[in-house]
Design a protein. Sequence first.
Length: 76
Amino acid sequence: MEYGITIPQGIKNVRKRVPEILDESENELPGIFSQLLERLSEHLKDLDSQVGELDTQIHIWHQQNEASKRIARVPG
């Protein structure tokens, strides 16, 4: 907020706004802070990719595990 930049709460908002903030030449952010935002954005992309991979692995495991499929059929 010190530089007049705000991002609504939530990971989707951060993903959307960070590239916009870094592209804005008039935001007067210190160079080191811009570098930090770039690095954090890349790290976030990597983590998101890892979550997707793990989610896929969990889904595959669930499809192959009878006990997990039984539990999934329990209401509630």
